[in-house]
Design a protein around this ligand. Structure first.
Ligand code: ADP
Ligand code: MG
Length: 236
C-alpha cells in the first residue's frame, strides 16, 4: 500500500528528516488558507495521487501569489490526473498539498528497497535526481550507487561515505546527509516499509538536505500490525 506524499512526509518529519512545511487542502479556499498560514512568497500546489510524474502532467505547480494558489488548486481538485505512471483514465485528485517553495540547489535521487530473499535493505542513490531513474539506470548505470545493508551490522559509516561520494556532496552536506541516511534506515525498519523513494532529495541554497518528494510503500500486514500495536498502547 502506497502512502500519499503528505503522509510520507509526516513520517519523515517525525524522524527528523527535513521536508518543506505544508498543509493539505480539499477546496481552493482551504488551499489559500493553507498558503496564508505557511506565509512566504512562493508556494507549490501538489496533487495527492498515488503516481509519480505529476510535475510533467500539471500536477505540481509553483504559485507566486495567493490567487495563483487558488487557481491551481481549483484546476486540480475534482479532476483526473493522467501521468506516464497512470492509465489513460488517470487518478482522481481529491486533495492537494500546499507547500512552501524550496530554494533548490541540486536535485538528487534516493530510494530504499528490501530484498526479501536476502532479508537485506538496500539504498539506491544518484546525483541525477529529478529525472526518471529507470532512464539513468539504462543509459548511465555508473551514476547510480547501491549499498546493501547487513541487518546484523546496520548502516555503516563507510556506506554513508560511499553514498555521499556518489551524490557528489560537499563536506558539510555530507554531515547533513549522514543524519538523513541514519534516520531513513531507522524509519524503514521501524515501520516495516517495503519501499521508500525520494525523487528529488535536494540540497538547498541554505546548505540543507531536504526531501522534496516522498513515497513510502508499506505492506498491508505491517500496517495492521502497527495499528494493533497503537491500539494496545492507546486503547480508546
Ligand atoms: P513528481 O515526481 O510527481 O513529478 P515532485 O514532488 O517530484 O513530483 O515535484 C516535481 C518537481 O517540482 C521537483 O523535481 C521540483 O523541481 C519541483 N518541486 C516540488 N516540490 C517543490 C517545493 N516544495 N519547492 C520547490 N520546488 C518543488
Ligand atoms: Mg518526484
Amino acid at each position: 500500500m502506497n502512502l500519499h506524499e503528505y503522509q510520507s512526509k509526516k513520517i519523515f518529519s517525525d524522524y527528523g528528516i527535513q521536508v518543506p512545511r505544508g498543509q493539505v487542502a480539499e477546496t481552493p479556499e482551504e488551499a489559500v488558507a493553507a498558503a496564508e498560514a505557511l506565509g512566504g512568497t512562493l508556494w507549490v500546489v501538489k496533487a495527492q495521487v498515488h503516481a509519480g510524474g505529476r510535475g510533467k502532467a500539471g500536477g505540481v505547480k509553483l504559485a507566486k501569489t495567493l490567487d495563483e494558489v487558488r487557481d491551481y488548486a481549483a484546476g486540480m481538485l475534482g479532476q483526473q490526473l493522467v501521468t506516464p505512471q497512470t492509465d489513460a483514465e488517470g487518478l482522481p485528485i481529491e486533495k492537494v498539498y500546499i507547500e512552501s517553495g524550496s530554494n533548490i540547489d541540486r536535485e538528487l535521487y534516493l530510494s530504499m528497497v528490501v530484498n526479501r530473499d536476502a532479508r537485506k535493505v538496500a539504498f539506491i542513490v544518484s546525483a541525477d535526481g529529478g529525472m526518471d531513474i529507470e532512464e539513468v539506470a539504462e543509459k548511465t548505470p555508473e551514476r547510480i550507487t547501491t549499498v546493501n545493508i547487513a541487518p546484523e551490522v546496520g548502516l555503516a559509516e563507510y556506506q554513508i561515505r560511499d553514498m555521499a561520494y556518489g551524490l557528489e556532496l560537499t563536506k558539510p552536506q555530507m554531515k547533513a546527509f549522514a543524519k538523513v541516511a541514519r534516520a531513513l534506515y531507522q524509519m524503514f525498519i521501524d515501520i516495516d516499509a517495503s519501499q521508500v523513494e525520494i525523487n528529488p532529495l535536494i540540497t538547498t541554497g541554505e546548505g540543507e538536505i531536504v526531501a522534496l518528494d516522498a513515497k513510502i510503500n508499506i505492506e498491508e500486514h505491517a500496517l495492521y500490525r502497527q495499528s494493533a500495536i497503537a491500539e494496545l498502547r492507546d486503547p480508546s
